[in-house]
Write a protein that binds this ligand. Structure first.
Ligand code: 6GU
Length: 263
């Protein structure tokens, strides 16, 4: 799969492209990332890409022409292809795992890094095919969001994460909030590694027991408990089986304050 990133800060991406999983995905041939400097598509001596807003007001707005020219240049490789053109902006639909999965199935995706002050509306209306936001907070540009999109997609590409099972068991994993099969969409259970006793902080006994069925049940219980405590709204969308419902009941009972005899 290929990402084409249109940005005024191509250097911003160097570190993420040269580290960890995204680097490995590129080395393995599953991912290609082409960076396009928006200023290369300006048409004046000063390589101007923004201008003051019509109607007045603070801040600068990305001009439409450099962005249209950049995307046209990218598409000129394969004029017939239907390539998603995604504008990253705080006004986009929220990036969630199902959106990430959808993107991971595309062969090529263009990411346009907007800026907080604004992008000429004709870009959202007539150039972009979709608009994505990574959350309800303000970033000054879409670069961090583009990095989030690329990393979340890269790890879903076949063969990128060595142990496919670990992706499926992640919080929000393949079997996560998109899937509706029994027992899916929970936050992950806690994990521990050696030493079993670190400065008096010990690992739950059951994990050292070697009893796989007990471990499975414990993990399920802790995943349910964590989800109920930290993201209760996620439970509402899930199809929990009988065992889960019973465990959840136990968890809720255990957290109730004990009433004194006097009431
Ligand atoms: Cl994609 N862009 C900007 N500028 N701010 C954001 C965002 C994107 N997602 C959340 N906040």
């Amino acid at each position: 799969m290929q990402f084409d990133v249109v940005t005024i800060f191509p250097d911003f991406f160097r570190s993420i492209l040269e580290c960890g999983l995204v680097k490995r995905a590129q080395a393995g041939g599953q991912l290609r990332v082409a960076l396009h400097d928006l200023r290369d598509f300006a048409e004046d001596r000063h390589r101007t890409v923004d201008d003051r807003p019509f109607g007045g007001g603070p801040g600068m707005v990305f001009k439409p022409r450099p962005l249209f020219r950049a995307v046209e240049a990218i598409k000129s490789d394969e004029p017939e292809a239907a390539i998603p053109i995604i504008l990253l902006s705080p006004q986009g639909r929220l990036l969630r795992q199902p959106v990430v999965e959808e993107l991971s199935r595309r062969r090529r995706v263009v990411l346009i890094c907007g800026r907080y002050e604004g992008v000429d509306e004709r870009v959202a209306e007539n150039l972009a095919t979709d608009e994505l936001s990574i959350g309800d907070y303000v970033l000054s540009g879409g670069e961090v969001a583009a990095a989030v999109v690329m990393e979340s997609v890269a790890r879903l590409l076949p063969g990128v994460v060595g142990n496919e099972e670990s992706v499926e068991q992640d919080s929000f994993g393949l079997d996560g909030i998109s899937g509706r099969e029994a027992g899916s969409g929970l936050l992950d259970c806690p994990h521990y590694t050696r030493p079993a006793d670190f400065r008096g902080m010990t690992v739950p006994e059951v994990l050292l027991s070697g009893d796989h069925e007990e471990v499975r049940r414990w993990r399920r219980r802790r995943a349910l408990e964590k989800t109920w405590r930290k993201r209760p709204e996620l439970l509402a969308g899930l199809d929990l089986n009988k065992e889960d419902l019973r465990l959840l009941d136990e968890i809720k009972q255990a957290s109730l304050p004990v009433l004194s005899r006097e009431g």
